[in-house]
Write a protein that binds this ligand. Structure first.
Ligand SMILES: Cc1cc2nc3c(=O)[nH]c(=O)nc-3n(C[C@H](O)[C@H](O)[C@H](O)COP(=O)(O)OP(=O)(O)OC[C@H]3O[C@@H](n4cnc5c(N)ncnc54)[C@H](O)[C@@H]3O)c2cc1C
Length: 434
């Protein structure tokens, strides 16, 4: 590949393709280099995407036949002990009306492929089965392109966008980002379970085309900070469970074992009964938050998406941060190319755009949330057990007065913790998201 491009993008995930579409729309000569056999082949996500961010790249995404699995009309939250659990949910008819496709599920293998095709139709060159092994630099250290795994595989470009996700050896080779510490990473496994569409609709109480997301916290992560999710797709369910990498290593636990026991939980088992496992995959999640973010740009390069550690753990949002950052990176590149200044200074508007957008504002707002979860393992042990004990007592009709039950519950709480500790936990939790 001896050709020179205006922009080389590493990675055909949501960040890279959002940038490619924006650049191609402006007539910029762009190459996207993807290590997977095809875009999406290497990608994992529980699968919720957000219409607002996609529409900012492709306003006509439904006419372009975006492979939507289900429109999300209800969001549920569960808090589980080993054998019981609480469930709250929010369903709103606005999500089938004015705000249809506020959130929807996709299969990343299908979606990423489709998204890359749209970039290709707009004029970007998407090259799969090619891994970027290093960055090219001139004598001043300015990035001038990439070195790929192909023979004669150097690609020269005026600007390079690193959109290569969280799990990429490129960071270690080039040093553009510090290797994330194990406590800044979650290891998640995802299993896709096949079920007829009507069975999914009946079990989740939705009509054809609509779906539900369930975000789950509690004992199923074996006392480690982590979450599980269940997302409805057209004729599959995505189950995923993940926990902090440092804790997994310390406890010598495997996420594969966690997902097996999660599937047997009494609130999960009926939802997946008679389903056929179709796909099983493991992936890192960037959970370091704002404090783990690298410098977003330098001489000749910018960083977007997971590669820049953009992930909102509380809201499970990563795809939208990736798309928004990819778009802002592309807008900055267009200006820089027009001014013929792709130096750190010329690309600095990216930092300003990001700082003014929801991306950095949200990352800052939740910067303490990850460490709050990591430091309070009672959220995954003692508290779900106590919460279940309280509900079980109150809901069991056995001739004991409610006053007596209340005393029993308070006694149990005092034997395991204190009111002061609970209030302190609430206060710290609130402070971590305020
Ligand atoms: C289990 C799980 C569930 C999730 N659920 C959700 C969810 O429901 N909603 C949500 O918004 N977010 C979710 N996320 C997060 C979301 O998947 C990411 O935030 C998002 O994929 C980031 O997009 P990206 O383009 O930055 O990176 P990626 O999607 O990781 O794409 C990076 C691309 O770069 C390629 N690549 C890497 N290195 C190289 C290289 N050296 N050379 C060439 N190509 C390379 C990869 O193959 C990949 O295609 C989830 C993540 C996981 C792990």
């Amino acid at each position: 590949m001896k050709e020179t491009f205006d922009v080389a993008i590493i990675g055909a995930g949501p960040a890279g393709i959002s940038a490619a579409c924006t650049l191609a729309d402006a007539g910029i000569k762009t190459i996207v280099i993807e290590r997977g056999e095809y875009p999406g082949a290497k990608n994992v996500s529980g699968g919720v995407l957000y219409g607002h961010n996609l529409a900012e790249i492709l306003p006509d995404y439904t006419e372009r036949k975006c492979p939507i699995e289900r429109n999300i009309v209800e969001m549920r939250i569960w808090y589980l002990s080993k054998e019981a659990g609480y469930s709250i949910g929010y369903r709103d008819s606005i999500f089938t009306g004015d705000r249809k496709y506020n959130a929807f599920t996709v299969g990343r293998a299908k979606f990423d492929r489709w998204f890359a095709e749209q970039a290709h139709k707009k004029g970007a060159l998407v090259v799969p089965s090619t891994t970027v092994a290093d960055l090219l630099r001139d004598g001043n250290g300015t990035v001038t392109g990439v070195v790929t795994s192909r023979v004669d595989g150097e690609v020269r470009a005026r600007v390079t966008l690193l959109a290569n996700g969280i799990n990429s050896p490129l960071a270690a080779v080039t040093g553009y980002r510090a290797e994330p510490k194990p406590e800044q990473i979650a290891l998640a496994v995802k299993e896709t379970i096949e079920l007829p569409a009507e069975v999914i609709e009946q079990r989740f109480g939705v009509s054809a085309g609509n779906g539900v997301t369930t975000e789950i916290l509690g004992e199923m992560t074996g006392g480690m900070s982590g979450v599980a999710v269940i997302y409805t797709n057209r004729d599959t369910l995505s189950l995923s469970i993940g926990a902090n990498l440092a804790e997994l290593a310390k406890n010598k636990l495997k996420p594969y074992d966690m997902i097996e026991s999660f599937k047997q939980h009494p609130m999960v088992a009926p939802l997946i009964a008679d389903g056929q496992p179709r796909e099983y995959i493991a992936h890192w999640l960037a959970e370091g938050g704002y404090d783990a973010m690298p410098k977003l740009y330098g001489d000749g390069y910018l960083i977007a998406g997971d590669s820049a550690m953009l992930f909102n753990a509380l809201h499970r949002e990563g795809n939208n941060l990736a798309m928004a950052s990819g778009k802002m990176a592309a807008e900055t590149i267009i200006e820089a190319l027009n001014k013929n200044d792709c130096s750190r200074r010329g690309l600095s508007a990216y930092g300003e755009r990001m700082a003014e957008s929801f991306v950095i504002k949200d990352m800052k707002k939740y910067r303490r949330f990850g460490s709050f979860l990591y430091q309070h393992n009672e959220l995954y042990t003692q508290l779900p057990r106590l919460a279940s004990f309280a509900a079980r007592e109150m809901l069991t009709v056995n001739g004991v007065s409610k006053k007596q039950k209340q005393k029993l519950i308070m006694k149990e709480i005092r034997s395991k913790t204190s009111l002061f500790k609970l209030l302190r936990l609430l206060w710290r939790g609130w402070r971590s998201v305020k």
